[in-house]
Ligand binder design. Sequence first.
Ligand code: ADP
Length: 254
Amino acid sequence: MSPTDPTPALLTVTGLTKSFGANRVLDGVDLEVRRGDVLVLIGPSGSGKTTVLRCLNGLETPDEGVVAFDGGPRVDFAQKVAKADRGAVRARSAMVFQHHNLFPHLTVIENVIEGPVQAQGVPKATAVANAERLLARVGLAEKRDAYPSELSGGQQQRVGIVRALALQPDLLLFDEPTSALDPELVGEVLKVLRELANEGWTMVIVTHELGFAREVADEVLFFDEGAIVERGAPAKLFTQPQKERTRRFLDRLL
Ligand code: ADP
């Protein structure tokens, strides 16, 4: 965001650090996400990308760092954080995992309405109507009453995406959403992500699909050893990386 841009970022993260024991996996990460933007995190395995998403979604607690959403909450993890503030941060985003994490004993529609009904107190009839609309949008209306085990991996992941959308978050977080899929199923999931990007959803995506990143990302962040080494528009970062480490990583993948 330029200093003259009057629109505040939806999310501003400053100085995020996290260690597991002696292993410092995030070492002062700063990032900003504007409304409607797609941020893509790339980098070698173990560089901390997933941990960033997990910190934003409340699955990990950072050691330090400020996470601030436009309109609140603003949480400084170096201080003692009230439970309500932690919950308020978590409520702004929804995460789609590498493995879909659907409940195996619940049907598709039951999986989708679980969060809205149980966690958000949405009336069941409203949640069902919303879930049906979202399932139709990703071409899964007829799978409403199927169990996850009756679906293909790509279909399961699309239900995972619908489950996140049903929470009506401000921010969607995707942790390598296609990396557990057979190659022939990757396309159908990327298609849904592309559509969400075009519809203006704000998204942070960890992915190794660089072609996809190039197409949808407003900004790409290259991580290595828990820090952002380089960031920029994909057209620039992929063709003219400024840092040797970025170049080496891209040379291996492109
Ligand atoms: P990436 O997503 O870039 O592959 P991760 O964020 O998953 O990287 O992991 C960064 C580092 O943190 C790795 O060294 C990983 O082993 C370590 N790590 C992640 N989660 C935990 C955990 N719960 N306990 C201990 N170490 C972890």
